[in-house]
Design a protein around this ligand. Sequence first.
Ligand SMILES: Cc1ncc(C[n+]2csc(CCOP(=O)(O)OP(=O)(O)O)c2C)c(N)n1
Ligand SMILES: [Mg+2]
Length: 803
Amino acid sequence: MPDRNKITPADLAILTELERKVLWLASWTIHNANHLRESVDGLKVGGHQASSASLATIMTALYFRSLRPQDRVAVKPHASPNFHAIQYLLGKQTRDKLEDFRGYKGAQSYPSRTKDADDVDFSTGSVGLGVAQTLFSSLTQDYVRAHGWGLDRPEGRMVALIGDAELDEGNIFEAILEGWKQGLRNCWWIIDYNRQSLDAVVREGLWERYEQLFKNFGWDVVILKYGSLQQAAFREPGGETLRQWIDRCPNQLYSALVFQGGAAWRKRLMDEIGDQGAVTKLIEQRSDDELARLMNNLGGHDLPSIVQAFDTIDHDRPTCFIAYTVKGFGLPIAGHKDNHAGLMTPAQMETFRQAMNIRTGHEWDLFEGLRAKPEQVKAFLDKVPFAQGGARRLKSPQVAVPAELAVTIQPEMSTQFGFGALLNELAREKTPLAERIVTTSPDVTVSTNLGPWVNRRGLFARESMADTFKSERIPSTFNWEFSPKGQHIELGIAEMNLFILLSALGLSHSINGERLLPIGTLYDPFIARGLDALNYACYQDARFIVVATPSGLTLAPEGGAHQSIAQPLIGMAQDGLAAFEPAFVDELAAILAFSLEYIQKDGDDAASERNWLRDETGGSIYLRLSTRPVEQIKRPMTPELRQAIVDGAYWLREPGPNCQVVVAYTGAIAPEAIQAVGLMAEDRRDVGLLAVTSADRLNAGWTAALRARERGLVHARSHIERLFADLPSNCGIVSVLDGHPATLAWLGAVSGHRVRPLGVEHFGQTGSLPDLYRHYGIDANAIVAAAQAIAPGRPIRHLRALG
Ligand SMILES: Cc1ncc(C[n+]2csc(CCOP(=O)(O)OP(=O)(O)O)c2C)c(N)n1
Ligand SMILES: [Mg+2]
């Protein structure tokens, strides 16, 4: 716990030293890396010295005093050098990694949970996302504790360090709104109000909009505008005139004067307010350096003000700090509007080194250049509260998942209906598995078939709230009672929020030491709306299942705006996400059981010799489902079939030795593929039907096996290579899915077969499913026509009949 008493002068003195040290180490890390890189490949790589320096003071106060082990932080991407420097001072980062900053396997340019070795809490990089992650992590913490878990640990605070221009990102506002609805607590957002973005100086008066906005949503707002030097100067005669001048000064001008320094300040101030008596004296009393120090002494660079602001917060209300800062504080590039990618020149660095009292060759020494005694600094560092808690990555045991999940298969069913039925069955159970599942949906709970689960498990809220329709005895299919024990988090429509919440829930095992099994649902086309957040969640290795339904043309009557085309390709290309698109509910049951286990895996990197997938490392899951009822196949679920479904494909109709055509399909288009194969059978001796349950895993296994063979493992064979092993080389493949045809087009490359990939390439329109299947050429007739073209032979009679 930070000392609630006023900071002692001795501690303040050491913090001041550490601030200088952070500024030095961060600047040196960037300079050094650039210098090395330049000498190797002649390339300067940037490094954001200015952006980092802007937060050096605040991060010093936070990490060396205010943060507690249970707190978690999202650091503004470009302040990564400060973060690494702080970890270095705390003995949690190595010099090697710093020397390799932005280099291969060195400290990352933007803090990364997965790539950095110094315990990054939340990755950042794509601005706005880490900010929202803190908010949803706080809600996740509340969820965990409300369920009675993790109560032996103190409640943590989720802290975001935010660039002021970062607040242009809309997802932040979506999160604020959701946070208000959900009763957000324990969240601090600290805005680095340096009034500069990448390109420019920001608009005047933004702080007032922010202040109002945050207050409107129930946040406390603390404005750190004037440092203690300025506050003291304002108390001098003429000080009030100076304060008014500062308040009126446009952002652009302030930045320009910061860059120009003391003489420019003097000239400007004298020109504008120098004839007003007392203030003249106030200015003239100070040397150029002193004047510059005074004018740069904004709240965000004043340790006493910051420490006091942080120390005095004794409540759990969400709090926004607007901290006035200077981009490039303490560096010669301070304030210049072009400084974002600016680097100090070697000559500037040399001057800076001397000013920091650092001897050449001692740049990395921990206590070099400090005015305080090393023993004192070391004793202080040894007691830093943040570093007292041991490992920051917590562990939570895996929850057992049965190989088979119960579900009653009806003769005709859609995968979406099957999903609802599977969860409904799980909801009946009193098992740890059912307890740890948490579902969420952005206002499509009912239309994605989570309704039965929610009826049984209830909605989550920290405070109970009855369903008025129920208490008024109005008949309704759904029972929407909110309670702290509820297991569904109902979100507003913003899909960004869905994915960031999944990201937060999906890290609970590591952040809270309590595992959750998050399942989020949305309509497949709207994955695109939250895609960067989905990518972000995967990048930091959060674990969840996203169920996207309905998908593709199965939303035919809703028209082109609701139909998804590219999503199967997203499923293939998104790292950290295994994608499935089953056609039948027994397949879905096998996949869901696999998924619930897969999202909990954290084994080593080794690929399985069976499918060449790295299943032991686990990941997240994307299930692309459909509302289209499909006639189900009555069959026993054998272990072999289950394994093949999970590996990505199986023969629904095995090809013989003279096979001329294979139809390979994915998802709800199965009936058309089955029908087409039936029609062709009369005129083609031998036709195979391949059910592809996961183009993603099939493809990943194939490319991994190729790489393994290239490394000399000559016997490596992937699942698809084994399936195609006996196909004659002149056999043609017609692939088909309700999505982009490229998803399966690569199948021909596996063993060198011709492929005619069918799928959807253009926006649809309203219509019935048969209308649109015909329109896009993915109906049975189109499959037969493609087969005829790719596997010439006797004309296929039914093609004419259908045509
Ligand atoms: C989503 C996204 N868009 C664009 C960028 C490129 N970018 C990086 S920093 C930045 C501006 C940052 O300004 P601010 O947040 O005020 O931080 P400062 O540089 O002032 O420290 C931009 C546009 C990004 N990282 N992420
Ligand atoms: Mg800025």
